[in-house]
Design a protein around this ligand. Structure first.
Ligand code: BES
Ligand code: MN
Ligand code: MN
Length: 462
């Protein structure tokens, strides 16, 4: 890849400013108030693909938000890389915890990013990481170095579960045909430790409701004598883990793939500093399932977490009341062989069975997603590893991550395609949190590294 470094140096400011324009759009897929902003963002992405050199660009309507498609086919006999990313973002709240408004990007230096980082919702997840691919393709097209065909599929509802995508894949099987899928929507271990994500957890997500007396009650007149839905819900939730922090739902672990001692030993070699981990989060102890290390707990083990819990009086001051209803949102991260629908069913059965007399419970499933693992013995992995070797001068470490990208398993099921996950974000970039940011160094390093993937993938595919 001749002159990639010079090209980046020459166009550095423009690369940053274009990303900033994209980040100004509040493309919040979860909130229907932003519907127009989401579709406007799709149009902006389409334009950027055209400008980068795609010959075909389209907005493809789906049942939900549109998919932006682009392609540059240079020779049907050459391999085709399909880039996937998402232009939608998580809601920014709680707003008061942002140091600057989430859709008014600013560049600030941080300890980890002395070169500066762009602060905005979506900076890292996933507009910044997606846009690295657009700029990498721009470089290859403009300098006549695109070694193979490229297709883009950038969706607008990843953060709400990619509900329309299964149908989209089935209906556009031919159009999306590829030899490998390339995604930057995960992280790397550290700025000097490149890593290739080899696994994603699956997801089962439920909302529960505990219903007690037919109305809110005076907590003095009735307190102590009737089931309090919030007390009951708290107890029920607490019982979902035992004293070793194992999940107590019968059958929950039945299909969990036990990772071999050899693989666990391999994982333990990856750099991980528990003291640094605690210091970053301001906690004085970690927490989790007995018998597993912290990296194992967040990658190869399934989990159950309450994501939100509410009911009763939460306003200012004290109101003496027993609420009629209590609610919680609960996520379960799943590992290979656990099926989201099956787990949701097991949860529902168990949760209903532990409800004490005097309350009724309702369990409503939300979106889910299948887990994914891939092998490092593949052309795609070798191409990615060589690309990192070239631009970082270091061997990338394979890493299974705790997050979920449900579409990846569907790509394999529906299109028969393998995915390579080249993430450039850091865990400290605060994705989904207030003050999300993406290091400028990481952004530019991604743009520099990606073209080498194309080069090596094409060479190794011969
Ligand atoms: N990009 C993330 C997933 C991710 C982040 C994986 C960091 C690994 C490391 C993605 O946008 C995301 O947030 N996914 C959701 C699931 C989805 C169904 C809402 C998640 O993991 O919570
Ligand atoms: Mn993402
Ligand atoms: Mn996300």
């Amino acid at each position: 890849m001749k002159n990639i470094k010079n090209y980046i140096a020459d166009h550095n400011d423009r690369f940053i400013n274009e990303l900033i324009e994209l980040l100004k759009k509040p493309s919040i897929s979860a909130d229907s108030a932003y519907k127009e902003d989401v579709t406007e963002t799709a149009k902006l992405v389409k334009k950027s693909l055209k400008k980068a050199g795609c010959d075909v660009t389209e907005i493809c309507e789906t049942k939900g938000y549109p998919v932006v498609y682009g392609e540059k086919i240079i020779d049907p006999n050459l391999p085709t890389v399909l880039v996937y990313g998402h232009y939608d973002v998580q809601p920014p709240d709680p707003m008061d915890l942002w140091d600057s408004p989430p859709f008014e990007p600013v560049i600030k230096k941080t300890k980890i990013h002395p070169e500066g980082a762009i602060f905005a919702r979506g900076a890292c997840d996933d507009k910044g990481q997606m846009y690295m691919h657009v700029k990498a393709v721009e470089f290859m097209v403009k300098t006549n170095q695109l070694p193979c065909n490229v297709k883009f599929m950038i969706e607008g509802e990843e953060e709400v579960g990619s509900d329309s995508l299964e149908d989209f894949l089935k209906e556009n099987h031919k159009k999306l045909a590829n030899d490998i899928i390339l995604i930057s929507d995960t992280g790397m271990m550290a700025k000097d430790v490149p890593s290739i994500t080899t696994g994603l957890r699956g997801l089962s997500y439920v909302e529960v409701e505990v219903i007690g007396p037919n109305r809110d009650l005076h907590s003095g007149i009735y307190g102590g004598a009737v089931p309090n839905p919030i007390n009951v819900l708290s107890k029920m939730i607490a019982s979902l883990h035992d004293e070793n922090n194992h999940i107590t739902i019968p059958g929950f672990y039945d299909k969990v793939e036990e990772v071999s001692d050899a693989e666990r030993a391999e994982m333990a070699k990856a750099p991980f500093d528990i003291e640094e981990y605690k210091a970053h989060l301001d906690i004085d102890a970690v927490y989790g399932e007995k018998g597993y290390t912290t990296p194992e707990r967040y990658s190869i083990r399934p989990t159950l977490d309450v994501n939100g819990i509410w009911g009763g009086y939460t306003g200012e001051g004290a109101k003496t009341v027993i609420a009629s209803k209590a609610y919680a949102k609960i996520s379960m991260r799943l590992v290979p062989h656990q099926d989201p629908d099956e787990i949701t069913e097991l949860f529902k059965k168990h949760f209903e069975s532990i409800a004490p007399k005097g309350v009724r419970v309702k369990v409503a499933p939300h979106h889910g997603g299948l887990p994914y693992v891939t092998n490092i013995d593949s052309t795609g992995y070798r191409a990615a590893a060589k690309a990192y070797e070239t631009t970082f001068g270091k061997t990338a470490i394979p890493e299974r991550t705790g997050g979920s990208i449900p579409i990846v398993a569907l790509f394999e099921q529906v299109l028969g395609s393998k995915t390579i996950l080249m993430g450039f974000g850091l865990d400290s970039d605060a994705i989904h949190s207030p003050n999300e940011h993406f290091g400028i160094w990481n952004y530019l390093k991604g743009i520099e590294t990606i073209p080498y993937f194309y080069k090596y993938f094409t060479e190794l595919s011969k």
